[in-house]
Design a protein around this ligand. Structure first.
Ligand SMILES: [Zn+2]
Length: 92
């Protein structure tokens, strides 16, 4: 590889290095934004609620499926602590 070639390949890598050196700043900014979001909406404790889209959709219980329970199917009960939306999910 000639000197010119290796110089050019170094130049190619320069944007990657610039991105790498900028990463700690970006992570710090993301942490600040996440802290601001959590301060507003509370900690991200559950899945996203299908109704209100908040991260407050949590597993609250489990029961035998009324129809398929004898075949080993159970229902997991989820409830959103933000809007109260409830949903059962079948688990096999
Ligand atoms: Zn909700």
């Amino acid at each position: 590889m000639s000197t010119l070639d290796s110089s050019l390949s170094l130049l190619d890598k320069w944007p990657q290095w610039k991105r790498l050196t900028a990463m700690p700043d970006q992570v710090a900014r993301l942490e600040q934004r996440l802290a601001a979001i959590e301060a507003k909406f509370g900690p991200a404790i559950g899945d996203t609620c299908p109704k209100c889209r908040q991260s407050a959709f949590q597993l609250v219980g489990s029961k035998k499926d009324p129809v398929f329970g004898d075949m080993g199917v159970s229902l997991r009960q989820y409830r959103c602590s933000s809007c109260g939306f409830e949903e059962d999910k079948q688990v096999h």
